[in-house]
Design a protein around this ligand. Structure first.
Ligand code: ADP
Ligand code: ZN
Length: 472
């Protein structure tokens, strides 16, 4: 190596970015518990840890073994990461975060040493929150043969049992599959505290919407109560992204406020994707779509009157849907057998309407997603919820553990039966189906209320015709 080379090398080294093992966020987050809405129990439970993080020595002085690991479990987007960051922010300590799936996917062969590196860094700052997202990827039930995962998991367990009493490090892990976790993780001294982070109910959604509308110039015509009612099955993340979408739209328009129309647009864009502007579809496809969506809408009104139709449209979306019929189901925790069958019927009604209107050789691929949804429900009814007399009161999940499971016949039978029933109901109200489809062809989309009124008027005329027939 010449002198020049040496000099050049030293310059290069000086400016080479510091080698970073993997994504480590080590700032003190600026989130606080006040940024978390509708998770009161989870926040209460974490609040006691703030003191542990702030004054670990105090706990050591009393000989107390402070909690080390907390498992947050619940569906994606419900605020688990937010809670972890808020805990660190509240205590004023650094936040180190990594995802379990990174360990197994990206760092093959180095998982265990990465874990040690992560904890070394956390220890250096003395007090910290370490967040492991998707811990199920790392600590899933051992299924033999995956050395990599096993070693990484063992390294994590070793690190956690090696904490000194005066160290203020708390490990938060998140998963949406708590049932998949290795029992070793939940033993005392490890993730022995478990907090459920569930989907928000209507009141919770209202609070989340209010947190995220802070700092946004919302117009007075935005009805938050109604929005909270309409966003059934939206997670906190979905609500946040909806309001953000609305704000983006308003900013592009630049008229000073975010209007109800912006929010409505954002709502649909979150649920079905953006509407495609150029609709180069032929007449026949539009007709098929109109009947398909009218079928869903009609079945909703007939089979599930407790839900509210919010919009029927044959404008294709950028996510590949030819149209949609959107309804707001009531907030509920349990579903009955009858409600489930109604749901299956609504899903199958698109196909049933195509068949009724154009004959069995004109049915389309547009029902693909509907069939997936219907099959899933029927399968879970038969094989998970014990709602089928043929398959009986068995849980397929448990049976599978013993290497025995079947039930395809029962699922098919159920789907076939509900399909037949749905088709018969639609046929009985063919007039409403046709009128709705024709109006859709004409106007592209209808507000849910309008669509319902239209169908109810048609029902009334059907009644008159029927009684007239009887009279003759
Ligand atoms: P998870 O980790 O459960 O998948 P996140 O914490 O990453 O969910 O949520 C993503 C975003 O959604 C948060 O940063 C926040 O903006 C919003 N969010 C989710 N849940 C809530 C909540 N309960 N309160 C306020 N905002 C929330
Ligand atoms: Zn459909």
């Amino acid at each position: 190596m010449t002198a020049f080379d040496k000099w050049f090398q030293s310059i290069k080294n000086r400016f080479r970015p510091k080698k970073r093992g993997f994504e480590l966020v080590e700032d003190i987050p600026n989130q606080h518990f006040s940024d978390v809405a509708a998770l009161d129990e989870a926040v209460d439970s974490l609040r006691s840890l703030v003191d542990v993080l702030r004054h670990p020595d105090k706990y050591a002085q009393y000989g107390a073994r402070a909690p080390r690991g907390v498992l947050l479990y619940g569906p994606p987007g419900t605020g688990k990461t937010l809670l972890a960051r808020a805990l660190a922010g509240e205590a004023g300590v650094p936040f180190y975060s990594v995802s379990g799936s990174d360990f197994v996917q990206m760092y093959v062969g180095v998982g265990a040493s990465r874990v040690r590196e992560l904890f070394k860094k956390a220890r250096k700052s003395g007090r910290a929150v370490v967040f492991i997202d998707e811990i199920d990827a790392l600590g899933g039930r051992r299924e033999g043969g995956n050395d990599e995962r096993e070693q990484t998991l063992n390294a994590l367990l070793t690190e956690m049992s090696g904490f000194r009493k005066d160290e203020g490090i708390i490990v938060l892990a998140a998963t949406n599959r708590p049932d998949k976790l290795d029992a070793a993780l939940t033993r005392p001294g490890r993730f022995d505290r478990q907090i459920e982070v569930g989907m928000p109910d209507r009141a919770g959604r209202l609070r989340i919407l209010s947190v995220h509308s802070q700092g946004k110039p919302m117009a007075r015509d935005v009805d938050f109560e109604r929005l909270a009612a309409d966003t059934v099955s939206f997670s906190g993340a979905k609500l946040e992204s909806m309001l953000n979408e609305a704000a983006l739209r308003a900013a592009r328009r630049n008229e000073g406020v975010i209007t109800a129309e912006d929010v409505g647009f954002a709502f649909r864009s979150v649920v079905v994707g953006d509407e495609k502007l150029s609709t180069g579809r032929n007449r026949r496809e539009r007709e098929l779509t109109a009947f398909h969506e009218a079928g869903h809408a009609l079945a909703t009104v007939l089979l599930e009157p407790e839900s509210r139709l919010s919009r029927v449209s044959i404008i294709p979306s950028t996510r590949g849907a030819a149209g949609y019929s959107m309804a707001v189901p009531p907030d509920r925790m349990l579903m009955t057998l009858a409600q489930l069958e109604a749901h299956i019927g609504i899903a199958l009604a698109g196909r049933a309407a195509e068949e009724l209107a154009f004959g069995s050789s004109s049915i389309t691929t547009g029902a693909g997603n509907d069939l997936m949804h219907a099959t899933e429900l029927a399968a879970r009814m038969c094989l998970e919820w014990g709602m089928d007399s043929d398959t009986g009161l068995v849980s397929r999940q448990v049976l599978a553990q013993f290497g025995a499971a079947n039930g395809e016949v029962a699922v098919k039978e159920r789907l076939g039966r509900v399909y037949g029933m749905t088709k018969a109901v639609l046929e009985e109200h063919r007039r409403a189906l046709t009128e709705l489809a024709e109006t859709l062809l004409d106007r592209e989309w209808l507000d849910g209320g309008e669509a319902e009124t239209l169908m109810r008027r048609a029902f009334a005329r059907e009644e008159i015709k029927k009684t007239a027939k009887v009279a003759i």
